[in-house]
Design a protein around this ligand. Structure first.
Ligand SMILES: [Zn+2]
Ligand SMILES: [Zn+2]
Length: 356
């Protein structure tokens, strides 16, 4: 990505925001007009905004199928924690001063079968923060009151931010799959999502096994309670991993090789959960999938209810986020580092750090 334009903050109705001109365009930090809430919306003063690999996909125009849904001159960011600064007409569930979480799912239709049965994350009419609408890598973000959740006491904003996409995606996947005592869980990729999967597996009573190309990440997974870890290379003994009889394999790395590994190691009759989104077509052996009796489940983030449950678990001290705090002005460089896979854990932007 290209130039970093960074202007000093000034008084009035302006704020700093991390802007993407268009898919495959430039990422800059700019001063923009501070948004105001319309009916049903809240204005949130951002305390922490997590950087997600989806930000990289959006910047790089990786998902041609979603191109028309990506706003031009977009403020990136969809893992927001902040304080309600103002409420628009008709908002009664939140008041000024509440700490809230605003996730990727900005809205759904509220009327389709999925929305009516509590699966709003699979609504075909969904809109998304930091993709179809301006997101949270900014001093302020506007969100719909019906799609944000209260953040319980006992969890710091920077710790909570990555739960709002990375954490809730794997939590939703594991809950929906019924992971529990007696389940053997393989976690492919132990970056932001994968480290949560390791901790959540422990909370749910499952055994977890971490796999990554990077030894630093597998070591961290072991520290967080993984029952075993494998550094993946051309020499990896795939049969030894398959011997573990992994009922549930969660793929958090968006590469073809990660998905092919999942199919090779998952137990017969097992489930592969697709939590990362590859850029293009991924060749997989359908005969192997069919003969093994595999179920593939794709995970579209998670529901508001699941986010509430996860925040409660974190507030009780069960889930820790491995975060690195950076100012908004560091966003263009951080996006490059995430693209290069040189970040362990999760980067969280904290607005206001630039002003000192
Ligand atoms: Zn719907
Ligand atoms: Zn995300």
């Amino acid at each position: 990505m290209d130039t970093i334009l960074f202007l000093k903050p000034s008084e009035g109705k302006v704020m700093k925001a991390v802007k993407l001109s268009e898919p495959n365009g430039t990422v800059t930090v700019q001063e923009v007009e501070k948004p105001q809430p319309s009916a049903g919306e809240v204005l949130i003063k951002v305390e922490a905004s997590g950087l997600c690999y989806t930000d990289v996909h959006i910047c790089d125009g990786d998902w041609a199928v979603l191109d028309e849904q990506i706003k031009r001159d977009l403020t990136l960011g969809h893992e927001a924690i902040g304080i309600v600064e103002a409420v628009g007409p008709g908002v009664s569930d939140f008041v000024v001063g509440d700490r809230v979480a605003a996730p990727f799912l900005r809205s759904s239709c509220g009327k389709c079968k999925k929305c009516r049965t509590g699966h709003e994350n699979h609504c075909s009419q969904a809109t998304a923060l930091g993709m179809s609408h301006d997101g949270s890598h900014a001093d302020f973000v506007v969100a719909l009151a019906d799609y944000i959740v209260a953040v319980p006491d006992g969890i710091a904003p920077a710790q909570a931010a990555p739960l709002v996409c990375a954490g809730m995606t794997v939590y939703g996947a594991m809950r929906d799959a019924g992971v529990g005592v007696g389940t053997n869980v393989g976690v492919i990729g132990v970056g932001g999502q994968g480290l949560y999967a390791i901790q959540l597996g422990k909370v749910m009573g499952a055994k977890t096994y971490a796999m990554d190309l990077d030894a630093a990440k597998t070591e961290l997974a072991m520290e967080l309670g993984a029952d075993g870890a494998f550094i993946i290379s051309d020499d990896t003994d795939i049969a030894a991993i398959a011997y573990l009889e992994l009922d549930f394999v969660i793929v958090t790395a968006p590469s073809d090789a990660a998905h092919q590994l999942a199919l090779a190691i998952v137990a017969f009759g097992g489930t592969i959960s697709l939590c990362a989104v590859p850029a293009g077509e991924t060749p997989l052996s359908m005969p192997i999938a069919i003969f093994k009796g595999i179920t593939f489940v794709s995970q579209g983030v998670a529901t508001r209810q699941q986010l509430k449950e996860l925040l409660a678990l974190a507030a009780d001290g069960h889930i820790k986020s491995h975060v690195e705090i950076r100012p908004l002005s560091a966003a263009p460089k951080a996006i490059e580092e995430l693209r290069d896979r040189s970040i362990v854990g999760r980067v969280v932007f904290v607005p206001g750090l630039d002003q000192s």
